[in-house]
Ligand binder design. Structure first.
Ligand SMILES: NC(=O)c1ccc[n+]([C@@H]2O[C@H](COP(=O)([O-])OP(=O)(O)OC[C@H]3O[C@@H](n4cnc5c(N)ncnc54)[C@H](O)[C@@H]3O)[C@@H](O)[C@H]2O)c1
Length: 373
C-alpha cells in the first residue's frame, strides 16, 4: 500500500492507496474517531462499498447518488444535508465521499456546510477522482450560469482508495483519467513519459499496476504545486493546460464529447498555438502528437469537423480563466508551453498569458486538419 501525507498549503492530508484493502481503509477511517458516518455513495460504486461497510463499526447512513452533471447543484447538496441531520449526524460525524469526481465535489461541499464544517474522507472510485480531483481542496457544484461556480475550499481528513474499485470503469471513463495524466506529462513532468506509456500498455493486462503508476504520476506532478498554491490560483494553474479549447469543445458538443477527449484535443490546440506564437519548437509540437496518439482518439477530421469556428468563439468568450487576467473581448488567458514541462509565464509569474482568440481558433483548425497517429 502507498501511504503518506499530501501537503496542500498548511493542511497535511493522509493518503492510503492499495489493492483489496477495505480493512486498512476501514481502520484509517476509524482512527479519525467519528461518532457516525454519512456515506455519499455513487450508484455505480455500490458493490464496492460492501466490504468496507462490513468492516466499519460506527453507524453509517448511506445517501446514494446517480451522478449526472445536470443534478450536480446546490439542491443536491441541500438534500444530502437534510438527510444527514434527519439521520442523526452530529458535529463529530464524518462525510465519506465514495464515487467519482461528481460525488467527491458534492459531498465535499456538503461536508464544508454541515454544522459549518465536519470532516471529509474521499474514497475515489474513478480514475479522474483517484488521480486528480481528490488531490485538491476545491469542493463545489454547478450553477445555472456555469460549471463548478458554487463552492468552497475544504481539506479532506483522509484520502483512501482501493485501486480494485477503478477496474469496473468503462473505457470512456478511463480515457478521462488517462488524458489528465498525459497533461501532467506534457505540462509538468515530461521526465515521466516512460512511466506513463508503461502504465497505458499495462491497463488491460495488469490494471492495478497501471492505476498505481498513474496515481503516482498524478501525486508527484500535483503535490509540489499544491503545497505552495493551495487555492490553485497561482502556479497550480498549469493544470489548466488544454482546458481552454478543451472546455469550449466539451460545452459546444452538448454532452457528446467526453472531458478527456476534449482536453486531449485542447492540448494539441494549445501546442499548435504555442508553436504559432514562436514559443514551442517543432520537436515539442511533434511530441504532443506522438504522446496523445497513444490515447487512440478518433480521427481528427471526424471528431472535430462538426465544430464551427463561431460556436467555439462563443464558448471561448465565457471561459472560466478570464477572471484570472484582464481579458478584453477577443483575448483568452491560456496556459502555453515554451518546452515540455515549461509553461510560459506572464508578468505576474503565473503560467497564464493572454492569447488572441483568433490564434486559439486557428490552432484548433490546424489540429482538425492533422491526422493524429
Ligand atoms: N479539483 C476538482 O475538484 C476536480 C478535478 C477534476 C474533475 N472534477 C469534477 O469531477 C467530475 C468528473 O469526475 P469523473 O470523471 O469521476 O466523473 P463522474 O463522477 O461523473 O463519474 C463518471 C461515471 O462513472 C461512474 N462510476 C463511478 N465509479 C465507478 C466505478 N468504480 N465503476 C464504474 N463506474 C463508476 C459514475 O456513476 C458515473 O456514471 C466533474 O463534475 C468535474 O467537475 C473536479
Amino acid at each position: 500500500m502507498r501511504e503518506g501525507t499530501l501537503w496542500i498549503g498548511a493542511a497535511g492530508i493522509p493518503y492510503r492507496y492499495g489493492a483489496d484493502c477495505a480493512d486498512a481503509i476501514g481502520a484509517a477511517i476509524e482512527e479519525l474517531r467519528p461518532s457516525s458516518a454519512v456515506l455519499v455513495l455513487d450508484k455505480a460504486a455500490e458493490a464496492h462499498a460492501g466490504p468496507l461497510l462490513e468492516r466499519l463499526r460506527i453507524p453509517v447512513q448511506p445517501f446514494v447518488i446517480d451522478p449526472n452533471e445536470e443534478h450536480k447543484r446546490l439542491s443536491l447538496v441541500e438534500a444530502v444535508l437534510d438527510a444527514a441531520v434527519e439521520g442523526g449526524a452530529d458535529r463529530a460525524s464524518v462525510v465519506l465521499a465514495m464515487g467519482g469526481g461528481l460525488v467527491g465535489n458534492t459531498a465535499g461541499l456538503a461536508a464544508s456546510l454541515l454544522f459549518r464544517g465536519v470532516r471529509l474522507v474521499h474514497l475515489p472510485t474513478t480514475p479522474v477522482a483517484a488521480f486528480d480531483a481528490v488531490l485538491s481542496l476545491k469542493q463545489g457544484v454547478n450553477l445555472a450560469s456555469g460549471k463548478n461556480l458554487g463552492g468552497a475550499y475544504l481539506a479532506p481528513s483522509l484520502i483512501a482508495c482501493d485501486l480494485a474499485w477503478l477496474a469496473t470503469m468503462p473505457r470512456s471513463g478511463l480515457l478521462t483519467g488517462v488524458a489528465e495524466m498525459a497533461k501532467n506529462v506534457l505540462a509538468v513532468r515530461p521526465d515521466r513519459e516512460g512511466d506513463f506509456l508503461g502504465a497505458l500498455a499495462a491497463l488491460e493486462t495488469r490494471p492495478i499496476d497501471a492505476f498505481d503508476a498513474l496515481f503516482s504520476l498524478g501525486l508527484d506532478a500535483k503535490a509540489p504545486f499544491l503545497h505552495d498554491d493551495p487555492h490553485e490560483r497561482g502556479g497550480a494553474l498549469v493544470f489548466e493546460y488544454g482546458h481552454t479549447v478543451g472546455h469550449a469543445l466539451e460545452a459546444a458538443s452538448a454532452g457528446t464529447m467526453g472531458h478527456g477527449e476534449a482536453v486531449a484535443w485542447g492540448m494539441l490546440a494549445a501546442a499548435e498555438a504555442s508553436a504559432q506564437l514562436g514559443l514551442l519548437d517543432a520537436d515539442g509540437l511533434d511530441r504532443h502528437y506522438r504522446l496523445l496518439a497513444h490515447l487512440r482518439l478518433p480521427p481528427a477530421r471526424t471528431a472535430l469537423g462538426r465544430f464551427d469556428r463561431d460556436a467555439l468563439a462563443a464558448r471561448l468568450a465565457v471561459d472560466n480563466k478570464r477572471g484570472h487576467l484582464p481579458s478584453p473581448p477577443g483575448v483568452n488567458p491560456m496556459v502555453l508551453l515554451r518546452r515540455l514541462g515549461e509553461p510560459v509565464r506572464g508578468d505576474d509569474g503565473r503560467p497564464l498569458i493572454p492569447v488572441p482568440t483568433e490564434t486559439a481558433l486557428d490552432a484548433f483548425e490546424k489540429v482538425a486538419a492533422t491526422e493524429v497517429m
